[in-house]
Design a protein around this ligand. Structure first.
Ligand code: S3P
Length: 415
């Protein structure tokens, strides 16, 4: 069996959330093409609609008539989506909205103090359940803030910046390491006075409404990673993935793959709405191990599950450190990776902030506990392509959080 052929993927999940939320605030009609098809986007779409925003599906596009938000009648159900709750809370609190946020079992467990604290410093009035959902925000005028986060997180940064769109004075936000910068890029494109120097982002209060956007969202590099990973693992494989986002804060997985010994061609480079886009060609490669350090983690955070599968086939020890944030994702991903790879006979040592994998080892089959996490399900489906016996996932449906067509696409390129 080999991985061969050509695919395109639905739009990047991070840019999709931001394009819905920010165009909801802008003046005029925005049109968004190739929105992520993941369930997380349905959560954002529904929450915005509950806040009085007029959104319509038009064929494959979403058309948004930006305008004024209203207080929702019912709690906003953010489903499984950390990006929905954290970004939308910032946006709505800045617009003086009162609302309650809730979510599914996984989201109810995720830490929210990281955004509650800075939003409170800006003047927000927030009731919460010991730093967890459900959370109620109460209408209050916000002021700006000069804030240094100890966590490199685009969700925290974006929440504060989106709140700043309604504040009376400027935001100065410093992050410890650079995290994804889609919010900054999009706000700039839409007319906000925002600039970044090194690790400090400055946003001045809006003097005029944001302009609407027409955007075709590039393919999601975090989804592309699973297909690229499959090709890199299986001898004789070659896959072409068209129109993939190649933002420097998101492309670390592909740089790492190259460093591990995989041939990657970057074809047809272009810039769409300030974002770099490429067609990627990825070949099978004999893999070498490497080390991921804390400063590199934000740019590969969502790809670490598939990187772990690749590491089991790489020569030497792959060390992932400074990745404690993985414990606070849709599940505790360090535990999910380590416990499942141990079942498959991999040589893996769990650490508080990551793990060490000695390779290569032949993987055996196993019943995999996905913990309902889409990226764990997809990573272990790829592990199942190279394992001696079958991999059986306890939950396949959770892939729909980011990639409802994952299994069809994988079937299409498996020859
Ligand atoms: C995201 C940021 C990352 C990432 C998540 C999406 C975003 O989370 O893991 O899947 O769209 O801003 P953190 O900012 O919490 O690291």
């Amino acid at each position: 069996m080999v991985i061969k052929g050509e695919i395109s993927l639905s739009g990047d999940k991070s840019i999709s959330h931001r394009s819905l939320m920010i165009s909801a605030l802008s003046q005029g009609v925005s049109r968004i093409s190739n929105l992520s098809k993941g369930d997380d986007l349905i959560s954002t779409y529904n929450c915005l609609e509950s806040c009085g925003i007029n959104l319509k599906r038009d064929d494959e596009d979403v058309v948004i008539n930006g305008g004024k938000f209203v207080n929702p009648d019912l709690p906003l159900d953010c489903g499984n989506s950390g990006t929905t709750v954290r970004l939308l809370m910032g946006l709505l609190v800045g617009q003086g909205i009162s609302a309650t946020f809730t979510g599914d079992r996984s989201l109810l467990k995720r830490p929210m103090l990281r955004i509650i604290k800075p939003l409170e410093l800006m003047g927000a009035k927030i009731e919460h359940n010991d730093g967890r959902l459900p959370i109620k925000i109460n209408s209050k005028k916000l002021k700006g803030i000069n804030y240094s986060s100890t966590i490199a997180s685009a969700q925290i940064k974006s929440s504060i910046l989106l709140a700043g769109l309604g504040s009376t004075s400027s935001i100065f936000y410093t992050e410890p390491f650079k995290s994804r910068d889609h919010t900054e890029k999009m706000l700039k494109n839409m007319g906000a006075n925002i600039s970044t120097q090194g690790l400090i982002t400055t946003l001045k209060p809006l003097t005029k409404p944001l302009k609407s956007i027409q955007i075709k969202i590039p393919g999601d590099p975090s989804s592309a990673a699973f297909f690229a990973g499959a090709a890199a693992l299986i001898p004789g494989s070659r896959i072409r993935i068209n129109n993939v986002l190649n933002n420097p804060t998101r492309n670390a997985f592909f740089l790492v793959l190259k460093e591990m010994g995989v041939e990657i061609n970057y074809l047809n480079k272009k810039i769409i709405q300030g974002e770099n886009v490429v067609d990627l060609e990825v070949y099978f490669g004999k893999l070498n191990s490497l080390k991921i350090k804390k400063r590199n983690v934000p740019n590969i955070i969502d790809e670490i599950p598939i990187l772990a599968i690749l590491a089991t086939q790489a020569y030497g020890s792959t060390v992932i450190e400074g990745a404690e944030e993985l414990r606070y994702k849709e599940c505790d991903r360090i535990h999910a990776i380590c416990s499942n790879l141990k079942k498959m006979n991999a040589n893996i040592l769990e650490r508080d902030d990551g793990f060490i994998i000695e390779g290569p080892t032949e993987l055996s089959g196993a019943r995999v506990n996905t913990f309902g996490d889409h990226r764990i399900a997809m990573a272990f489906s790829i592990a199942g392509l190279i394992s001696k016996e079958s991999v059986i996932l306890d939950n396949q449906d959770c892939v729909s959080i980011s990639s409802p067509n994952f299994f069809q696409k994988l079937k299409k390129v498996t020859k």
